[in-house]
Design a protein around this ligand. Structure first.
Ligand SMILES: *Cc1c(COP(=O)(O)O)cnc(C)c1O
Length: 379
């Protein structure tokens, strides 16, 4: 049976154009980018610098502000643990890659509204004389809600504290311009935007103000001393190409994904009762649909449809039976949290795949509800 992949918030396939760009850097162009004494090293270094420009261009940064990392988890850790000591402000719906390093520091974890947005006024109130960093994500990996990043940036700039945002989900999906926003640090991940797994970047602002970070990895002083370790040249080349494609194709792609998302939403809501949308109705990632389907165990539904790859809760919080901390934070009851399904539509999905998904989901939900003693039946 043909499989349908609708879990693009967990990861995306590498775009074939990205793979093509990477291939020579595994074999004939295998040099170490730090070995500038010979052509092998210089060729690798040039490829890394081209990729750095491509990544910078996607977010409106200068290439000197891009520090390559192993992914957004490392970027988040570097931003949070590398920032000056003191108090940190974050939010309950952040990815664990932000929440867990915040536990090592003195942190205030802010609540969010029912759509998953932090109130910038709450950020303002939480900042004290000891606060050095605010970390609030650009877009949520579960419910797709896009945060008030520009407003929070203004609050941070006015109070003179650093503002970090985890943009692993936003980058390549919605426009980002670090110059037009008071963002000082931004984490990116290649495998969320059709690049390879195992590479990402941290944007570190150089001007107005110049951000001073301490490294968490020590060793050769690569990446301006902020991230030691031999650069994974093929992965970086792929990341750069993925960013260039995203920058070029985003307007068209986001429109297409939004149409697919609305097709899926309309199909499910028209044919099923007791379904609710989680996350913000408009301010959400174009390819994201997150729903609670009452009287259905999400795990049972997913098991009944092995050919359709969707997620119950967050794939990023590993295999725990715990209901998602994000759904809890937006006030979804524990029962409904177990009824929740996340759809992440991506670049290679088609209308036909969405139609098949609607057909099979609706049929499976109806079948499972037949078996449920709780589902209210009309007499
Ligand atoms: C996927 C994701 C991460 C982790 O990124 P990796 O590159 O896999 O380490 C962090 N934050 C968010 C919001 C994500 O979606």
């Amino acid at each position: 049976m043909a499989r349908i992949y609708l879990d693009h918030h967990a990861t995306t396939p590498c775009d074939p154009r990205v793979v093509q760009a990477m291939l020579p850097y595994f074999t004939e162009k295998f040099g170490n980018a730090a070995s500038r004494d010979h052509a092998f090293g210089r060729e690798a270094a040039e490829a890394v610098e081209k990729a750095r420009r491509q990544v910078a261009a996607l977010i409106g940064a200068d290439e000197s502000e891009i520090v390559f990392t192993s992914g957004a988890t490392e970027g988040d850790n570097l931003a949070i643990l590398g920032a000056p000591p003191g108090h940190v402000v974050t939010a309950a719906t952040e990815h664990k890659a932000v929440l867990d390093p915040c536990k090592v520091r003195d942190a205030t974890v802010l609540p969010v509204d029912r759509h998953g947005r932090v109130d910038p006024a709450d950020v303002e109130k939480a900042i004290t004389d000891r606060t050095t960093l605010v970390s609030i994500m650009s877009a949520n990996n579960e419910i797709g809600t896009i945060g008030p990043v520009a407003e929070i940036g203004k609050v941070c700039a006015a109070r003179g504290v650093l503002f970090h945002t985890d943009a692993a989900q936003a980058a390549g999906r919605v426009p980002i311009d670090v110059r037009a926003t008071d963002v000082h640090l931004m984490s990116l991940s290649a495998h969320k935007l059709y690049g390879p797994k195992g590479v990402g970047a941290l944007y570190v602002r150089k001007r107005k103000p110049r951000v001073k970070l301490s490294p968490i990895l020590h060793g050769g002083g690569h990446e301006q001393g902020l991230r030691s370790g031999t650069l994974p040249v093929p992965l970086i080349v792929g990341f750069g190409e993925a960013c260039a494609i995203a920058a070029r194709e985003m307007p068209e792609e986001s429109e297409r994904l939004l149409a697919l998302r609305e097709r899926l939403r309309a199909g499910l809501f028209a044919r099923l009762d007791c379904v609710t949308l989680n996350g913000h109705p408009e301010l959400r990632l174009p390819g994201n649909l997150h729903v609670s389907i009452a009287y259905i165990e999400a795990d049972g539904l997913i098991a009944a449809l092995p050919e359709i790859a969707v997620s119950s809760g967050a794939a990023c919080t590993t295999a725990t039976a715990e209901p998602s901390h994000v759904l809890k934070a937006i006030g979804v009851s524990e029962d409904l949290a177990h009824n929740s399904v996340r759809f992440g539509i991506g670049r290679f999905n088609t209308d036909r795949e969405i139609d098949i998904t609607v057909e099979r989901m609706v049929a499976a939900v109806k079948r499972l509800r037949e078996l449920s003693p709780l589902y209210p039946r009309r007499p």
